[in-house]
Design a protein around this ligand. Sequence first.
Ligand code: ZN
Ligand code: FE
Length: 259
Amino acid sequence: METPLQVHIIPVLKDNYVYAICDDQTSECAIVDPGKAQPVIDFLSKHDLKLKEIWITHHHSDHIGGLAQLKESYNCHVLGPSKQKDKIPQIDQEVTDLDLLSFNGHPFKVFELPGHTLDHVGYWLFKDKLLFCGDTLFSLGCGYLFERDYKQMWNSLCKIRALPEDTLIYCGHEYTQENAKFALSIDPENENLIKYSQEIDQKRERGTPTLPTLLKTEMYTNPFLRADLPFWEKKLKMIDASDVEIFKTLREKKNKFKA
Ligand code: ZN
Ligand code: FE
């Protein structure tokens, strides 16, 4: 049996998180979405780790900004989405939906999660119960829909929701506290949400990341994972509206929301 993987958080840019998935037995690691190179280089040298792979979720510069430099310095293997691949020339291996791969004996599956961008993918280490989902799902929120295809994003969120509820979710940004304000504004009586947002405030006060988040927590608190609950129809005065229409309304409210 392999040793469990350790996931370290490397904060970069304003509110991005780069994740280092480390195998302590071999001192090898995979890096997810390196928005900047130097903080990753510093992390690797501090912990004496070998960069073996880089996993990319989508082509935005805050997720690939450090990719070229890292690939050149470490000659590591780069996985990334096959759609819009011209935007990420460093990709060695294009991944598509349900590809089954492994990292140092830890199996993982790729999901296509379009909605934030067309090329978005997630990486699910199903034995370790870890999901790296970039800018698809955030704690208490979801990614901005650059393509405005609400059905597409809703389907991607439903894919995530169907995973085991004890899955730890590693999202691309520290947006949780801001997201909590919006979530509370539309779902103020949700006891789970109230309790969770208090924990978030405490973590941020201490300067601690609020990620990863547990899928189970999101299922009880994140409005965008709950758009198909019947109470929204009444709340939003959208009787007989479809799940996608409710999701769209919630997401558009979030776009306009000012705390
Ligand atoms: Zn993005
Ligand atoms: Fe981003």
